[in-house]
Ligand binder design. Sequence first.
Ligand SMILES: [Zn+2]
Length: 321
Amino acid sequence: MAIDGTFLKGFYAQTLLLSVTVDANGQYLLLAWAVVESENKNSWEYFFQHLSYSIPQILNSTVISDRDKGLLSAEDILGPNVTRLLCLHHLKANFIKHYGRKHIALFWPIANATTNEEYQYAMSELRVNNPTAASYLQNVNAQMWVTAFIPDCARRRCGQRTSNTAERLNVILQNTRQLPIIELLKGIWEYVMNERFVRQQRIEMRITQPSSQPWPPSIRDKVQYARKNARKHLVIHATLTLGQAGNYIVDLIQRTCGCGVFQNTNLPCEHAVAYIWNMERYSTGLQLSSYIPVEYTSEAWQRTYANNLQPVQYDIIEETH
Ligand SMILES: [Zn+2]
């Protein structure tokens, strides 16, 4: 789940708080929204209280945010089972603000490091070029942004590394953002209600076709891409579940690959696919499909949109407030 706040341009200076997730097909899904006076501790607490009451699963999820000060102080309300991650887009923007674009090429190898050794090496490269910039990044909790140190439960975050999901929804809502508060809330509700219905119907049509796939299109494309490239990699065995494919070490028990894609997306990368295929030769019962999580299946995709939102009679709200 990504959370973000955006300033509203209307007559009243207000802030719109958004909570966004992605469905099995990688499409953004607006979970909750609120208009508040500004991003501060009280407004985020209010938002989280209502969000966790309505969607209790939030309390066992991963939250990606820009770690705004108000948000940071309100996050305790979510309890200990929520894993907090930093939005890489915001961290990179702050890095550029302090140290310019000169060292940005050295930022990504640090964020994408899949082992402590890779992290230390990438950090030392930056330190040689700019010791202060290296210290700045070293002071940011690595468990919140470096692939190698992010807790396993949060690493499986569907490839989401930024809270841009919320920002992109801001773009969709751009015309609505200028409206007075009731119209704004009405506009968002109508957009979400209609969008959910349209997606629900598209999914129903797709999965009832005889040629229907067990996975949504974006997952099918990613798997196909990995399968196509898997042919290129030479596989060298250590055990049934651990070995090398191309230049990377693949661990099928930990579901990791040196390239970082397996752990970041929770989908087998091309190296993992190469390894799984190779092991199939030994009739070990290993199958590619068993490494694709149930959250990525067409059934999960369909379940996301099982419940429609109901229309709201807004003139009643206006009269009573
Ligand atoms: Zn890989």
